[in-house]
Design a binder for this molecule. Structure first.
Ligand code: B4P
Length: 238
């Protein structure tokens, strides 16, 4: 299993900027706390906008993510895609993850948290992130909040797609006909993923609800209609 790496610092350009020109910013050091850092060059404003796209398996997170990142210029972080890439490259992490994914179970928290931590580090210039399929447990949500605290760029909104169970199963079985994804071809595995969602993942929405960050979106209808509803919520919070 990969070791978690939490020791990193955030450069001044990643910090949240206000709408006013600023003379100084803060450099964030994980071990030392906030360190004043003078940066007289920056007078323009960047506001990081971080979105969680949430919902049960097959609710359309991957489908809508592609459109959202292109419209809003966000960096797409999909733990499902990252895990599938590890599997395709036959890495030890991928081999370990596959055992869980093939059974419809969640991959252990420490594995996905370490992956997201590295992915955040790899994109220090991002204007914002779209988290697709992450966090999927309250422990993952806590870890994400801590990582984003370091960037002074908390989650702006959680968009939660709502889709009936019959529709989820229908969509995933259909995708399984062509995707080659082993977790999409067997109805028993699909049902196990939905059970995992209700028992471990649904509570993540409660975590963000307490900060009034959750917007429920009807995830049935045409892809265009759902995209329009998602954009409306985002635009209202930008
Ligand atoms: P993911 O890759 O995250 O994917 P998903 O939940 O299966 O589906 P998604 O909601 O993205 O569906 P999509 O848009 O593609 O997870 C796979 C596995 O990885 C998990 O089971 C778990 O084992 C592991 N994993 C991932 N992240 C993890 C984490 N953080 N912690 C632990 N384990 C983790 O849509 C599905 C289908 O519906 C597509 O075919 C699409 O074309 C269709 N569709 C979409 N919108 C539609 C619409 N409006 N109408 C009709 N069809 C639609």
């Amino acid at each position: 299993m990969r070791k978690m790496e939490f020791g990193f610092s955030v450069s001044p350009r990643d910090a949240i900027f206000t709408k006013e020109p600023v003379k100084s910013q803060f450099r964030v050091s994980f071990f030392l706390g906030l360190v004043p850092d003078v940066d007289t060059k920056t007078s323009c404003i960047i506001h990081m906008f971080n979105i969680i796209l949430f919902g049960p398996p097959g609710s359309g997170k991957g489908t809508q993510s592609e459109r959202l990142i292109s419209k809003y210029g966000l960096r797409h972080l999909s733990t499902g895609d990252l895990l599938r890439s590890e599997i395709a490259n036959k890495t030890p992490l991928g081999m370990e993850a596959r055992n869980f994914m093939d059974k419809g179970q969640l991959v252990p928290d420490e594995v996905v948290i370490a992956m997201i931590s590295s992915a955040l580090d790899a994109h220090p210039d991002a204007r914002g992130f779209l988290f697709d399929g992450f966090p999927r447990t309250p422990a993952q949500a806590d870890a994400l909040d801590r990582l984003l605290d370091l960037k002074k760029a908390p989650i702006s909104i959680m968009l939660a797609l709502e889709v009936s169970e019959e529709e989820l199963i229908k969509r995933l079985l259909k995708r399984g006909e062509t995707s080659g994804r082993s977790d999409d071809t067997n109805e028993e595995v699909i049902r196990a993923r939905i059970v995992e969602y209700h028992s471990k993942t649904a509570a993540v929405a409660d975590h963000y609800r307490q900060f009034n960050k959750v917007a429920l979106i009807k995830g049935e209808g045409s892809i265009d209609e759902i995209f329009t509803a998602l954009c409306k919520e985002i635009d209202s919070r930008m």
